[in-house]
Ligand binder design. Structure first.
Ligand SMILES: Nc1ncnc2c1ncn2[C@@H]1O[C@H](COP(=O)(O)OP(=O)(O)OP(=O)(O)O)[C@@H](O)[C@H]1O
Ligand SMILES: [Mg+2]
Length: 344
């Protein structure tokens, strides 16, 4: 292992990432005529006031249905997308205070593993060159070491023997191996934070557990911190230390993994957990699945955003928005009636 990949991380405070009251709205595309006659513009409220921290070395999961804002939170957190409001601090540095050049330099420490390895790899670039790209951008001064660093990281992610894979192209290897290339490419710049956005969703079932094992092993070996996005609570259970459940741009429940899985306090979390297949049919939670689909984030329901689908909703739920409250140590939930589940 080279110095570049094992150097110590700065340890100024407990948190590598601090996200405070983050809001990200996207303007809805309208025609010029529409803009002339309408007083207000519509916005997709993709993220609508989300706060969380990630400790160094921790895996924080973000889970929720499609469209709940997971990817948007991830992209804003690593500075790929600008926030609308709120603060994002990486290693104590407020991203909004950085120039484009400073942000580009900092990005070496925040890398992404996307869902679809085929889409994120150039079909005409060899695997070695693809993995090497980040080094070329961030460490041009050490060009003579790049090949060795790439071979080293290829071995680490299981593309072994690395020399055999180095000159191959994406179409010449399996889907699982392609995802290993994407992981290697993210790790090659020696990052601190990995944003893993559904990293195994496209992989064959047979290799998913292997890829998750690999990610856990690399995290320990390379002192990584993960923001792990998934819509699948079974996957989250395998890898996350803490988990935030998202619904329509807001966190509805957040805690340590065992807390959320053992004592789910939000009806939405309870329904999501009930949908996770378990080997023992008698062990299955009897919880109704939420009715209908996730509503439109352009015009979210008033009060609790989940109320139109919630089997326990009462009048107050459509009127007052429930705030996140700590009902068990380190366990926060945003539901007016969460106490009802404390002893459930
Ligand atoms: N660039 C964009 N412009 C406009 N709307 C966007 C943009 N990116 C995301 N959105 C909208 O923001 C909302 C949240 O999207 P996001 O991709 O963050 O959800 P997600 O939880 O990652 O969903 P999925 O599980 O399908 O990946 C969606 O309604 C989406 O249509
Ligand atoms: Mg997404």
């Amino acid at each position: 292992m080279t110095d570049k990949l094992t150097q110590n991380k700065q340890e100024n405070n407990d948190y590598l990432v601090e996200v405070q009251s983050l809001v990200k709205w996207f303007p809805v595309q309208t025609t010029f005529i529409d803009q002339l006659f309408s007083k207000e513009r519509d916005f997709v409220r993709a993220v609508d006031g989300v706060s969380f921290n990630i400790r160094r070395g921790e895996v924080l999961g973000l889970a929720g249905e499609s469209g709940s804002g997971k990817t948007t939170i991830g992209r804003v957190t690593i500075g790929l997308e600008e926030k609308t409001e709120g603060n994002v601090l990486f290693d104590g540095i407020d991203l909004s205070t950085l120039s484009a050049e400073e942000l580009r330099k900092l990005r070496r420490r925040m890398q992404v593993i996307f869902q679809d390895p085929l889409a994120s790899l150039n079909p005409r670039m060899s695997l070695g060159d693809a993995i090497q790209q980040g080094l070329k951008i961030h460490y041009p001064e050490t060009a003579k070491d790049h090949r060795d660093i790439v071979l080293d990281i290829m071995e680490k992610v299981g593309l072994s023997p690395a020399k055999f894979f180095y000159n191959k192209f994406p179409h010449q290897i399996s889907g699982g191996q392609r995802q290993r290339v994407v992981i290697a490419r993210a790790l090659v710049t020696n990052p601190d934070l990995i944003l893993a956005d559904e990293p195994i969703a496209m992989a064959d079932v047979s290799v998913r557990a292997l890829l998750l094992d690999l990610m856990v092993q690399l995290k320990d070996e390379l002192n990584l911190t993960y923001l792990f996005i998934t819509h699948d609570l079974a996957t989250a259970k395998y890898i996350c230390d803490r988990i935030a459940i998202l619904y329509l741009g807001k966190i509805v429940e957040i805690s340590e993994l065992e807390e959320v899985y053992g004592h789910p306090l939000h009806p939405y979390t309870r329904a999501l957990l009930a949908a996770v297949p378990v080997p023992d049919p008698h062990d299955r939670r009897k919880e109704p699945m939420p009715k209908g689909e996730i509503p439109n984030p352009i015009n979210p329901p008033p009060g609790c955003r989940f109320h139109p689908r919630c089997p326990y909703a009462q009048e107050i739920c459509s009127q007052e928005e429930p705030l996140l409250r700590e009902l068990r140590p380190g366990h926060q939930v945003a539901c007016h009636f969460a106490e009802d589940f404390l002893n459930a």
